[in-house]
Design a protein around this ligand. Sequence first.
Ligand SMILES: [Zn+2]
Ligand SMILES: [Zn+2]
Ligand SMILES: [Zn+2]
Ligand SMILES: [Zn+2]
Ligand SMILES: [Zn+2]
Ligand SMILES: [Zn+2]
Ligand SMILES: [Zn+2]
Length: 206
Amino acid sequence: MDLKLSYSLLLVAILSISCSNSSSNNEGNSTNEQQYQDCSNCNGTGIISDICDNCDGDGYVTMTCKKCGGCRSLICPTCNGKKAVRVECGWCSGKGGQQCILCKGTKINQCVVCRGSGTHQGSTCPVCYGNGYTRCDMCKGTGIERCPVCNGGRSVERRCNDCSDEGRIKCGDCDDNGRTQRECDLCSGTGHIKKRCQTCDGNGRI
Ligand SMILES: [Zn+2]
Ligand SMILES: [Zn+2]
Ligand SMILES: [Zn+2]
Ligand SMILES: [Zn+2]
Ligand SMILES: [Zn+2]
Ligand SMILES: [Zn+2]
Ligand SMILES: [Zn+2]
C-alpha cells in the first residue's frame, strides 16, 4: 500500500512538474515566435556581408597610373630625354689631349734642313729663315696634341643605353592601357563589406 501510494504521488509530482514546465515553455515560445524571429536575411547575426560597391566585389580598383599619368612611359632619367649622355672621353681620360710628343710642348722643333744652324749651303736657311727652328707641324704650334676622339672637349656624347635611343623608358607600374590596379580601400581587398542588416536593423531578430 505504502509503495503504491508513494508511486502515485511521485507520478503526480512528475506530471505536475512536466505539465507546468511545458505549459510555461509553450507560452514563452509561442509569444517569442510571434514577436521575435531570427532574421533570415542575416541568420540572426544582425550583419550582412555585401558586395563592395567601390570595387564591384573585385577587391581592387583600376585607375590611371599616377607615376606616368597614363602615358605608359617616363622620361629617361639617365639622359633626361635627350637620348644621349655625355661621358668622359675614354681615349684621353678626360684630359682633352696631351703634351705634343714631337716638340714636347715647346711648340717648335729644330729645323730639319739646317739642323738648327740657320744657314743652309752657305746662305740663310730658306725653311726657317735663319731661325734654326720651325713651328711644330704635329701640334700646329700649340704644344698640345688634341685628343682625336673628343677633339679636346674632354667628353664625348654617346647613345643612352638605358632608353635605347627613345628618350623614354617604360613606366613599369601600369598595364598596356596606362592603368594600375590598387587594393580597394573600402573593403581592404576582400571584395565584401559588412553592413548592418536593414531587415532587422542590426538586431538579428524581427
Ligand atoms: Zn537581419
Ligand atoms: Zn572594395
Ligand atoms: Zn604608368
Ligand atoms: Zn636615356
Ligand atoms: Zn733651317
Ligand atoms: Zn708640337
Ligand atoms: Zn678625348
